[in-house]
Design a protein around this ligand. Structure first.
Ligand code: NAP
Length: 455
């Protein structure tokens, strides 16, 4: 009878050693160090090589660390560390010296694993090209949605399928804020203050609330899903700062929830001569989703990515989008995968760029829209508004009216709140409709214009 081992292979037979350099020992880096040091046998069994942590580059060797790490591993000479490594794990964050160190690692033929979404957003294409040219692997699972395995499923598991659309809640801070507004009725500023108090938002939350962080991740997801390199500048980006408690309440009443989504979508159309063409829209904006949509159930600071593919249909990936240990899990997935390749041989693969799809402007995207209006409560208002929609070729799906008899009104004894959801409409037609409605003397204000997805 054969005895089952509790590990995948016989560790004692593992003779190869791979030198691992860690750059950074903060929230994520310290957890990666812990896994490398404490789970060395299991990692050796899974990779076929011992992963030897040869050093950890930090700014200040004496800073207190979240986990116990032998002092002799720390160094301030990151460059020397990189030059002697087989695998370089960059978890410093920021643009420099991370970029220079990653380029040095690639030059030395080292495999690179990073979680640095800010750097990839700005300089990803250069780094991918350098890695490709050098035949080394550059992996960055941790840069998108923290612990959630999403990049490898897109590049490997779905490699035999055709992805048509990816929609992700990829920023925990904004999901926390929008969820708090939805749950408690709080205004944006109060929900942001709460997020800061609980440590979900940084002192300067701009990158999160303006959508830049989600846009960086959207560019990465789109590049991998559609085999074309997209940069941050290709992403249409709108944050959540203008979402009001009234928008959230109105959405809720109509059966929707507002989420900040990063959406990457392949759009098929025809050119002027009628020939089929396709392009990709990558966009980040507050979006109304039906409350029963799987992404609608993503609460607090959690992340989730919803993938639609031709054959697989709909898939949902859900989990923690940040945090030291969760993010370290994603980093270690890349490290183990890279180590296996180094043991077995074969060229390093970064991303596939077999297609060159154009980036479509936001004007090329058709969605449903939600429009909130503050109007005079007078006879004939609804028909005037409906006529403008019809004139601009935008079809109304639902229109709800709530009358406020005691309101301060421009043109009558009371005001009415109108909430309109349209059928699919193009950006240009919708903008023309909104402009025309704004010009009506019975309209006090257009209170919101938001896209609706997932219907
Ligand atoms: P962090 O806590 O700020 O840690 C940064 C580490 O890098 C520190 O150990 C710091 O050294 C070191 N470092 C920074 N600049 C350096 C320099 N010039 N020379 C040498 N060492 C330097 O960062 P983190 O939260 O762990 O994030 C690391 C990366 O993971 C970032 O790219 C981040 O975007 C990404 N990420 C983080 C999360 C998360 O939940 N935190 C999630 C996904 C992705 P000292 O300790 O001496 O200051």
């Amino acid at each position: 009878m054969t005895q089952r081992n509790t590990v995948d292979t016989d560790v004692s037979a593992t003779t190869k050693t791979l030198k691992v350099a860690l750059l950074g020992a903060g929230n994520v880096g310290s957890q990666v160090a812990r896994i490398l040091l404490h789970d060395a046998d299991a990692l050796a069994a899974r990779t076929g090589a011992r992963l030897e942590l040869v050093g950890i580059a930090v700014r200040n060797i004496d800073s207190p660390r979240e986990v116990e790490i032998p002092k002799e591993l720390f160094t301030t000479d990151a460059s020397a560390l990189v030059r002697g490594a087989d695998i370089v794990i960059e978890l410093m964050g920021g643009l420099e010296p991370a970029r220079t160190l990653i380029l040095e690692a690639i030059d030395h033929g080292a495999t690179v694993v990073t979680g640095n979404k800010a750097l990839l957003a700005v300089d990803g294409p250069t780094l991918y090209e350098k890695a490709d040219a050098a035949g080394v692997q550059l992996s960055y699972e941790a840069a998108v949605a923290g612990a959630i395995p999403i990049l490898r499923p897109i590049t490997d598991s779905l490699a035999g399928d055709k992805i048509t659309r990816v929609m992700g809640i990829v920023n925990g801070t904004t999901n926390f804020i929008l969820d708090a507004m939805d749950t408690t009725g709080a205004q944006f500023a109060d929900a942001l203050a709460e997020a800061k108090r609980l440590g979900y938002a940084e002192a300067d939350p701009t990158a999160d609330i303006e959508g830049h962080d989600a846009a960086a991740k959207g560019a990465i997801i789109a590049s991998l899903a559609f085999h074309t390199r997209f940069a941050l500048a290709d992403v249409h980006c709108q944050g959540i700062t203008s979402v009001t408690a009234t928008d959230i309440a109105a959405a809720k009443e109509a059966g929707y929830v507002i989420k900040l989504l990063a959406i990457a979508e392949k759009i098929e159309s025809t050119d002027d001569a009628g020939a089929p063409t396709s392009g990709v829209s990558v966009r980040v904006h507050p979006t109304l989703l039906p409350r029963e949509h799987p992404l609608g159930a993503v609460r607090g600071a959690f992340n989730a990515v919803f993938v639609e593919a031709e054959n697989a249909g709909e898939l949902m990936f859900y989990g923690r989008g940040a945090g030291g240990a969760p993010t370290a899990s994603a980093v270690m997935g890349d490290v183990v995968s890279a180590a296996r390749r180094l043991v077995l041989g074969g060229p390093g693969r970064t991303d596939s760029t077999i297609e060159v799809l154009p980036v479509l402007p936001i004007q090329a995207v058709s969605t449903r829209y939600y429009i909130g209006l503050d109007a005079a409560d007078q006879p004939g208002v609804l028909s005037k508004i409906a006529a403008l929609f019809a004139e601009n070729g935008v079809s109304i799906e639902t229109m709800r009216q709530t009358v406020h008899r005691d309101g301060n009104v421009k043109g009558g004894p009371g005001s009415a709140e109108l909430r309109i959801v349209t059928h699919l409409a193009g950006e240009a037609a919708l903008s023309a409709t909104v402009e025309a409605i704004n010009g009506l003397d019975v309209i006090n204000s257009v209170t919101s214009v938001l896209r609706v997805e997932g219907v």
